[in-house]
Design a binder for this molecule. Structure first.
Ligand code: RUQ
Length: 665
């Protein structure tokens, strides 16, 4: 078995030059502490009572839900905590053959963008909706990093119900951040883009970066009752890269904070000289004041072109609308709205403690963790304690807002969360550990190695004013030997850590789907009682629904054949269809007549390139099929539903084009 030090050596080449430099220090520091040489450290870190601590007896439920992002699989994975059992995969930015999401006619429009149908995205950050600064279990907001989008999952059905494209953005990474009562979901661009203010992004040379490129922070209004999103306005910010954000709470509740890099405004690291400056910035925006400026007519308007896709409650179908305008504010015209705080170079996460007083900047290349004070920031604003400005935005003096620095926290700090008991926990990517430190004296109290190289960590509610400080999940980027080998491609790995005592204790490893970046956790009783068991058939307003087997139909209109059919244990009606011709577009609208929990029926037909679909009781779903060959094509139910499930089948006869076989069913 490899030692921990060897692990680092093999990881280092992956993470690039800058971090490799830091890693050089790491190897020394590990050697000198002697920690890294302990080949048995893995075993020794596991809590003696780990098995009972995570055991959830068969038939019993977990204490918490956790929602882990799937990164490049575009999905959200729902795990029970503490068992680590996978409860559900929620497809968001991915077609999902398992239930037809993104394949069937009802949900395909969810993945429409101004670039066309984009059935994939890189989902990084799930965020639960909020009430009074804590999670309320109603919705989960998630970001699409690649083709900038924000989506909303309804936690009564665990379905993606809304998706909005973000204009004037490229790489929607610092996103989405709900304010303390869901007034806004805030989404910032990672890459700045050329903006001419006349119609969004356009063609420009990278040599014009400094003059033409700007970032955008979007303020998305959330409907209090139904959660529906609306892009209210954007703030067009200096052309840095915006990495991560977090909202204030309590006294800082009107503010949202963003880490930035590339403050040189140079575009890329390699050719253009980004990451030259010693310091980048933490940007602070007063969202309440921004909203006020927008309401008072300070906002300009420019043409835009972005999709907003929403599931209709009654029909359970997604409708797309294309928006053509966006309002924007310029910080230089809105005094008091935005400030910059110098921060260690290339910072990653920014995390605000439960009291709302401390803003922790995780400078991945820095040797300490700076903790800024909101009170000091207010004072510095009053006293105009500034050190210049960028694009008219005042820059504070570092010392005037700094409260403390956590010294030698470890190497490569990425993210921090809080336990609500006066402690903070930070992930160290390079030294591969979680480090616990105190918000009282800002000293390190404990460390635990994790396997290997953690990115985010999550304490349920650890980003809110009320953390559930019992468990911590570290989400690790490198898996290596933690599980049975599965060839070159391995699942990523999460580790559950008990943080209820003074010392952190490792409880459980569990593999995750694709790459979890961030996660959210919430007590089960905030979600479970509201979970929908099935849809009521009499409330199904889908225009193609058939609620009685007597009313089924097969109709031809030109080259389109529409099949309005039903499914119930253990048959489809109709189940023998004739009169379809090669090249027709056949649309099966299947209504599941069942009115019971957990009796979906599936529908699949031979040769269809649209996967299958899984129809929940009481709902209607539609699958499109264009037969390319003559023949008799069987269809069947794909989800074992009864003792006669295997008999739940039917046939479609496809004749050659122009044939005179009439429609018959
Ligand atoms: S990010 S760890 Cu989006 Cu930090 Cu991934």
């Amino acid at each position: 078995m490899e030692t921990r030090i060897n692990k680092f050596k093999s990881i280092v080449p992956k993470v690039g030059l800058l971090v490799a430099l830091a890693a050089g220090t790491l190897l020394q520091s590990c050697n000198s502490s002697g920690k890294g040489e302990d080949a048995n450290i893995k075993e020794s870190a596991v809590a003696a009572d780990a098995a009972t601590a995570v055991y959830v007896a068969p038939g019993k439920h977990d204490e918490l839900y956790s929602f882990l992002s799937g990164g490049f699989n575009g999905q959200v994975a729902v795990y029970g905590i503490p068992s680590g059992r996978l409860l559900k995969v929620i497809p968001v930015f991915s077609q999902f053959a398992e239930n037809g999401y993104g394949y069937n006619e009802e949900t395909r429009p969810m993945l429409m963008t101004s670039h066309g149908f984009v059935p994939w995205d890189d989902l990084h950050h799930p965020k639960l909706s909020r009430a009074n600064g804590t999670t309320d279990g109603r919705w989960l907001f998630v970001n699409g990093n690649n083709t900038p989008r924000v989506a909303r999952v309804d936690l009564t059905t665990f379905e993606t119900v809304e998706m909005m494209e973000i204009p004037n953005s490229a790489g929607n990474h610092c996103s989405p951040y709900p304010t303390n009562n869901n007034e806004y979901v805030i989404a910032g661009t990672r890459f700045s883009v050329p903006l001419d203010m006349k119609g969004g992004t356009g063609d420009a040379s990278l040599s014009e970066y400094k003059d033409k490129f700007r970032g955008s922070i979007s303020f998305i209004k959330v409907d209090k009752e139904h959660g529906d999103m609306e892009l209210d306005f954007q703030v067009l910010v200096p052309g840095f890269d915006y990495d991560l954000a977090n909202g204030g709470k309590g006294p800082s509740g009107d503010w949202v904070f963003f880490t930035t890099y590339n403050s040189e405004k140079s575009g890329t690291l390699k050719e253009l000289g980004a990451s030259q400056n010693d310091r980048d910035y933490l940007a602070a925006i007063n969202w309440k004041l921004a909203a006020q400026y927008a309401a008072e007519g300070k906002a300009h308007e420019m043409p835009a072109n972005y999709y907003h896709n929403k599931m209709d409650h009654g029909t359970h179908r997604v409708n797309s609308t294309v928006k053509k305008k966006v309002r924007y504010l310029l910080p230089e015209e809105c005094p008091g709205m935005m400030y910059l705080i110098p921060a260690p170079k290339s910072p990653h996460g920014i995390d605000v403690d439960p009291s709302g007083e401390y803003m922790v900047v995780n400078g991945k290349l820095a040797s300490s963790l700076p903790v800024f004070s909101f009170t000091k920031m207010q004072k510095a604003i009053q006293n105009k304690d500034f050190d210049g400005e960028v694009n008219g935005i005042p820059v504070f003096k570092y010392e005037s807002v700094l409260h403390a620095e956590v010294k030698e926290p470890g190497l490569g700090p990425l993210h921090t969360e809080f336990d609500g008991k006066g402690n903070a926990y930070s992930t160290m990517f390079v030294s591969s550990e979680v480090v616990k430190w105190s918000l009282e004296d800002f000293k390190v109290k404990d460390r635990i190695p994790v396997y290997y190289s953690p990115g985010h960590l999550m304490i349920p509610g650890g980003d809110t004013k009320e953390p559930y400080g019992k468990y911590l999940i570290a989400m690790n980027k490198v898996t290596k030997d933690r599980y049975l080998p599965t060839g070159p491609e391995l699942l990523h790995s999460a580790q559950l850590i008990d943080i209820s005592g003074d010392k952190m204790k490792l409880l459980l490893d569990f593999p995750t789907l694709a790459e979890p970046h961030y996660a959210q956790g919430i007590a089960a009783n905030k979600i479970a009682p509201n979970s929908v068991k099935f849809f009521k058939l009499d409330q199904n307003k889908h225009p193609q629904a058939v609620k009685n087997e007597k009313d089924v139909s097969v109709t031809r209109q030109g080259r389109t054949v529409k099949v309005n059919m039903t499914s119930i244990r253990s048959h489809f009606t109709p189940d023998n269809i004739e009169g379809v011709q090669v090249g027709d577009t056949v649309i099966f609208h299947v209504t599941n007549l069942e009115q019971d929990w957990d009796v979906p029926h599936g529908f699949a037909i031979m040769g269809n390139n649209n996967a299958e679909t899984l129809i929940m009781p009481g709902s209607t779903q539609s699958l499109r099929w264009v037969p390319k060959q003559e023949g008799v094509f069987p269809f069947y139910c794909t989800d074992f539903c009864s003792a006669l499930h295997q008999e739940m089948q039917g046939y479609v006869r496809v004749s050659k084009r122009g044939s005179n076989v009439p429609i018959k069913f």
